[in-house]
Ligand binder design. Structure first.
Ligand code: HEC
Length: 101
């Protein structure tokens, strides 16, 4: 299944990070999220900080992005993103875990 064998938030090269950020931009993520500041959704640096000790963080963030999320950060829910491919979900979740304040 999709979630088996996901790598942990390992190192991405700078080029991989840049292309993941473009994917986030193209996917509309950055209208609600910024890297180091809360907008509608939490800053990605805050997400990375919150889950840094969680070895399943990438897999669980894939689920949150794909199916939506509510109640983890506040009262505003995140909508589901059903049209993203498994690869794109994994890239985005892995990238979020690399964002530093
Ligand atoms: C309409 C605004 C909106 C859009 C678009 C959006 N998000 Fe979110 N996102 C949120 C909100 C609000 C939360 C907090 C949800 C909660 O409290 O559980 C959130 C939470 C998250 C989290 C943390 C989930 C967790 O389990 O703690 C991640 C990671 C994330 N978003 C990534 C993304 C990515 C990647 C995209 C683009 C594919 C995206 N978001 C698009 C509003 C948005």
């Amino acid at each position: 299944m999709l979630l088996s064998g996901l790598a942990q938030a390992a190192d991405m090269t700078a080029a991989e990070q840049a292309s993941a950020k473009e994917l986030a931009q193209a996917s509309g993520c950055l209208s609600c999220h910024a890297l180091t500041e809360k907008i509608v959704g939490p800053a990605y640096s805050s997400v990375a900080e919150k889950y840094k000790a969680d070895s399943d963080a990438v897999a669980s963030l894939v689920q949150s992005i794909q199916y939506g999320s509510k109640g983890k950060w506040g009262r505003i829910p995140m909508p589901a993103h059903p049209s993203l491919s498994g690869d794109d979900l994994k890239t985005l979740a892995t990238w979020v875990m690399t964002v530093k304040k």
